[in-house]
Write a protein that binds this ligand. Structure first.
Ligand code: FSX
Ligand code: SF4
Ligand code: SF4
Length: 318
C-alpha cells in the first residue's frame, strides 16, 4: 500500500486534531449513545494500533445526496477526522477537489493499484435500463462512462462494498412504482453480473451517520460484520423498533395518537411502521440524539427492503 506521503496532497493535509484529542472525543461519547458502546472500542483500538488509512472510492448514482449529507453530519467522531485519519477518500463527486478526466483516471488507477485492498461506497441506486445511460458518472476521451460501466469494472476489484442508503441497498425511491430507469440495488446488480465482492447494506433514507461510520470502522478493523437476511449489520439493524419503542406501553394501553400534532400517544393509528422495521433509532435517535421520527411523525420503515412502496401510504395504518 502507498504510504501517506505518496497520497495526493489534499489527502495529506492534517486536521490539527491530535490522535490524543480524537481518542478523547470518541471515548467521551462511549458512555452515551454516540457511536455506541459496540463501535467505539473498535474505533479506539484501530487508532491505537495506528490503522493504515484505507482507500475508499465513493460512487454516487441515483440518490438525492442525502447519504453524503448525513455522513457530513457525523459529530462523534467528527467527519474531518474520519476522512483524514481513518480512510483515504480517493473519489467522491460531492467533496473531492479534482474533476473531469483526472478524477476518472484516478478512480481507475486506485482500483487497479489497490486491487482487493480498497472499498467502494455506493450511494444511490444503479440504473440498468437503456444500457445504463440514465446515470453518466464522467468521461474519458469524450466517451461517456455510466455507473453500470464503473461498477462492472471496479466492483470485482474491490475488497468490499458498502451500499449506503436504501437506494444503493435495495433500489429505494428510484426503484419505486413507475421506475423506468431499471434502478437496482448493489447486491442484485452484483448477482446479475456474477460479481462476488462482499456487500454490506447500510439502508436508511438517509442512513444514520453512526451506521455508516460504525460499519466502516468495523469493516476495516474486524472485517465483514454479522449481517441479517437483508444484508444489514445486526449491530445496528438487529432489533425491532416497535418491540423496543418507548411508546410501547402506550400502545399496550390503547393510548393512540389520532393526529400528528397529538404527540403523547403511540403512533400506530397514524401509520407507524415500527412493527415491521428493524433498526436502533429508538435508542440512538437522530440529530445528535435530540429526537427521532416517532416523536413528531411516524416510522416510515425507511430501512426495509420494500421501502417506499411496501411501507406506503406512510400515514395510514398498515
Ligand atoms: Fe437514497 Fe442517498 Fe434516500 Fe437520498 O443519496 S437513501 S434517496 S435519503 O440520499 O440514496
Ligand atoms: Fe410501535 Fe410506532 Fe407505537 Fe412505537 S409509536 S409503539 S413503534 S406503533
Ligand atoms: Fe427510518 Fe423508521 Fe428509523 Fe425513522 S424511525 S429513520 S423511518 S427506520
Amino acid at each position: 500500500m502507498k504510504d501517506e506521503q505518496q497520497l495526493p496532497e489534499a489527502q495529506q493535509k492534517k486536521t490539527g486534531v491530535s490522535r490524543r484529542s480524537f481518542l478523547k472525543t470518541v471515548t467521551g461519547t462511549a458512555a452515551g449513545i454516540g457511536i455506541s458502546q459496540m463501535v467505539n472500542p473498535a474505533l479506539i483500538l484501530a487508532l491505537e494500533k495506528g490503522l493504515t488509512r484505507h482507500p475508499v472510492l465513493w460512487i454516487q448514482g441515483q440518490g438525492c445526496t442525502g447519504c453524503s449529507v448525513t455522513l457530513l453530519n457525523s459529530t462523534s467522531p467528527p467527519i474531518a477526522d474520519i476522512l483524514l485519519k481513518v480512510i483515504s477518500l480517493q473519489f467522491n463527486p460531492t467533496v473531492m477537489a479534482s474533476e473531469g478526466e483526472m478524477a476518472m483516471e484516478n478512480l481507475y488507477a486506485v482500483a487497479e493499484e489497490y486491487k482487493g485492498r480498497f472499498s467502494i461506497v455506493v450511494e444511490g441506486a444503479i440504473p440498468v435500463a437503456e444500457d445504463g445511460k440514465y446515470c453518466i458518472i464522467g468521461e474519458i476521451g469524450h466517451k461517456e462512462i455510466t455507473m453500470v460501466d464503473i461498477m462492472k469494472e471496479i466492483g470485482p476489484k474491490a475488497g468490499s462494498v458498502l451500499a449506503i442508503g436504501t437506494c444503493a441497498a435495495y433500489g429505494g425511491i428510484p426503484a419505486a412504482k413507475g421506475n423506468v430507469t431499471g434502478a437496482t440495488g448493489v447486491m442484485d446488480f452484483f448477482q446479475a453480473e456474477g460479481i462476488k465482492t462482499p456487500v454490506v447494506n447500510i439502508p436508511g433514507c438517509p442512513p444514520h451517520p453512526d451506521w455508516i461510520v460504525g460499519s466502516l470502522v468495523y469493516l476495516l478493523e474486524k472485517g465483514i460484520p454479522e449481517l441479517d437476511e437483508s444484508g444489514r449489520p445486526t449491530l445496528f439493524f438487529g432489533e425491532n423498533i416497535h418491540d423496543n419503542c418507548p411508546k410501547l406501553a402506550l400502545y399496550d394501553n390503547g393510548e393512540l395518537s389520532a393526529t400528528l400534532s397529538d404527540p403523547k400517544g403511540c403512533r400506530m393509528d397514524i401509520g407507524c411502521k415500527g412493527p415491521t422495521t428493524y433498526a436502533d433509532c429508538y435508542k440512538r435517535k437522530w440529530n445528535g440524539g435530540v429526537n427521532w421520527c416517532v416523536d413528531n411523525a411516524v416510522c416510515i420503515g425507511c430501512v426495509e427492503p420494500g421501502f417506499p412502496d411496501g411501507t406506503s401510504p406512510f400515514y395510514e395504518p398498515a
